[in-house]
Design a protein around this ligand. Structure first.
Ligand code: FMN
Length: 188
């Protein structure tokens, strides 16, 4: 798919068809993540994928809605995803190399990987949604993620089942400045 089309087509999709996702596609999505840039090329990303419905349900049980971490309401629509991919962070090398800044760098590294993956999903004709509304410590238990490893986000992946929600993006003039913060960028 043309890059422009991928960018324009990408949306957070929250309704999936009852159709599985090929294992080769999951591999291709993760491989796109592995190609991301990372500070010092330390590649602190770690991924876990599962098709196991029981695990997916347990993962969804750790999610919450509306930004309220204590909410007992989950993001139940994720249960219909045939596969989910977790993006974890191993801070050890970035922190050893860069001190406190290493943590911030590692978050950026893994975010870059996740964005690559989200775009690859679209390229493959699939759909996903970036999920970070979950209780990390609970989710770590589901996947036996060790204490020192963090989970940044996970992606449910499936085929779009006609999910439609209009999303407006800010106009370029609202968020782009020239020379100084808040200085209007005319004639871009
Ligand atoms: C860091 C991050 C966390 C997000 N967490 C969630 C989430 O927990 N649940 C969800 O439904 N969408 C989540 N989203 C998706 C956003 O809601 C979505 O990107 C935004 O509304 C813009 O819509 P679009 O992706 O279709 O452009 C998240 C996105 C990002 C980047």
């Amino acid at each position: 798919m043309e890059f422009k089309e991928v960018l324009n087509k990408r949306r957070s999709i929250r309704k999936y068809q009852d159709k599985t996702v090929r294992k080769e596609d999951v591999k291709a999505i993760i491989e796109a993540g592995l190609k991301a840039p990372s500070a010092g090329n330390l590649q602190p990303w770690r991924f876990i994928y599962t098709y196991n419905q029981d695990k997916i349900n347990q993962a969804v049980d750790t999610t919450y809605r509306g930004g309220n971490i204590h909410s007992d309401k989950n993001q139940d629509w994720i249960r219909k995803a045939p596969v989910i991919i977790l993006a974890c962070i191993d801070y050890s090398k970035p922190v050893a190399k860069y001190g406190d800044h290493g943590k911030k760098a590692a978050i950026q590294d893994v975010s870059a990987a996740v964005e690559n993956m989200v775009l690859k999903v679209v390229d493959l004709g699939l759909a996903s949604c970036w999920i970070s509304g979950f209780r990390v410590e609970e989710l770590k238990k589901v996947f036996k993620v060790p204490d020192e490893i963090d989970i940044l986000a996970f992606l449910p992946v499936g085929y779009d089942d006609g999910y439609q929600r209009k999303i407006s993006k800010k106009d370029i003039s609202e968020v782009v400045f020239k020379d100084e913060y808040k200085k209007e960028a005319n004639n871009f």
